[in-house]
Design a protein around this ligand. Structure first.
Ligand code: SF4
Ligand code: SF4
Length: 402
């Protein structure tokens, strides 16, 4: 196993500096600054890893402004593993550069993800702030985005249990406690296709937030906890949020030989279940699909969402224009770079409003909340739902397995 710096240099060496990725990079398109492009960031991180460039706050700023959307990786003819370069580069910079006060606060917040109830408490506080009669500019991006969350009713988990001989284990992720509607919908749809669903209690955060902040040790410990929690429990592990699926898929396979095969839930439903068991009720509506970057660029699995929704009789399913460009949610990017994130999502919201759709769907809760907040700012009441929620709504009562 190569050390991260050797691996970073080897991955960066694949870049032939052709520049074909540049037109696809939102931050380069915005700034026309080479340091804000994939090619420039690869060069910065390679030089830093080789010791030819000092790791400075300026280098950190160029890397921090990367969305991690992987639109560059998706079009690269040399198959440069930009995701690995970014992950190892962020870890290198986190080790070498004294964190600013903002970076220190970010790390503190991300470390709190592991404490039971911490996320729910943080979200409750942010939701309270979002509902106070204070000017929008003072609320902060988190409180604004959280206005899109459904009322904080916490229905019990549908059929929550640890199951022996399950077909599939379910990954909850940090947001499951906040969005029980989507979680319950996923459980019901899986069960309606005949799946026995196991939900191990000792699972935790997938580690994506820590990895994106360069906190490699924390991400490693979170991976180890999940490797232990899911080891040998079921042949497949599904994640409801595509961002979690992308992170789980990248766990070191050598660390857990009996770790299940990881799927985004849409792909699992299409490839591993009998969808003919779903007798979906008609829905004569137009559904516009937002492709999260994690699903489109990291997992290359966006088509499964369209395939599932197309099974709803009467539904017209179309792609949201501009799906190749990130919406700006990007983990905690919308908190760190609110102006750029809002500019990106405003274009999505305009496309959604003009699409003639009755519903927008997105397979990643962060993207859904970010887009929902932008639509609300523009005075548009279009609902943004998870695709599994739409499918669940079309299950006849007799198929409502829980
Ligand atoms: S990352 Fe790929 S597409 Fe971009 S400059 Fe390097 S080789 Fe070319
Ligand atoms: S991940 Fe996205 S923002 Fe970052 S360099 Fe690649 S295209 Fe640009």
């Amino acid at each position: 196993m190569p050390a991260p710096i050797d691996a970073l240099r080897a991955a960066a060496d694949r870049c032939v500096a052709c520049g074909l990725c540049l037109p696809h990079c939102p931050t380069y398109g915005d700034s026309l600054n080479e340091n804000e492009s994939p090619r420039g960031r690869i060069a910065l991180l390679r030089a830093t890893a080789e010791g030819a460039l000092q790791a400075t706050p300026a280098v950190v700023a160029h890397i921090d402004r990367c969305l991690g959307c992987l639109a560059c990786e998706a079009v690269c003819p040399s198959h440069v593993n930009y995701a690995a370069i970014l992950r190892d580069g962020r870890a290198l910079l986190a080790r070498e550069v004294t964190p600013s006060r903002r970076a220190w606060l970010r790390r503190l917040l991300i470390r709190s993800v592991d404490r039971p109830g911490a996320i729910a408490a943080a979200y409750a506080a942010a939701r309270l702030i979002s509902r106070l009669p204070i000017p929008r500019a003072w609320r902060g991006p988190l409180a604004t985005v959280l206005r899109g969350l459904p009322a904080r009713a916490r229905p019990p988990l549908a059929c929550t249990e640890e199951v022996d001989h399950a077909n599939v284990a379910l990954f909850l992720g940090c947001t499951a406690d906040l969005d029980r509607a989507t979680l319950n919908a996923a459980i019901r749809v899986l069960r309606a296709t005949g799946q026995a669903v196991d939900i191990p209690r000792t699972q935790g955060c997938c580690g994506a937030l820590a990895a994106h902040a360069g906190l490699a040790d924390q991400a490693h410990h979170q991976a180890l906890r999940n490797l232990r929690a899911f080891e040998g429990r079921a042949p497949a592990l599904v994640a409801i949020a595509s961002g979690c699926a992308a992170q789980l898929r990248d766990y070191d396979p050598a660390a857990g030989a009996r770790f299940p095969q990881v799927f985004d839930i849409h792909r699992y439903l299409v490839e591993r279940t009998d969808l003919d068991r779903l007798r979906l009720l008609p829905r004569r509506q137009t559904i516009a699909v937002h492709d999260p970057c994690s699903l489109r660029n990291a997992l290359k699995g966006e088509r499964y969402v369209y395939e599932l929704l197309a099974r709803i009789p009467g539904a017209r399913v179309l792609a949201l224009p501009g799906n190749g460009t990130c919406c700006g949610a990007a983990g905690d990017y919308f908190l760190r770079e609110p102006a750029r994130a809002q500019a990106l999502v405003a274009a999505k919201a305009a496309a959604a409003a003009a699409s003639g759709a009755d519903i927008i769907v997105s397979a990643n809760i962060g993207c859904a909340l970010h887009l929902s907040a932008s639509l609300a700012r523009a005075g548009c009441t279009l609902p943004v739902l998870h695709p599994l929620v739409v499918l669940d709504q079309q299950l006849p009562p007799s198929q409502d397995a829980c």
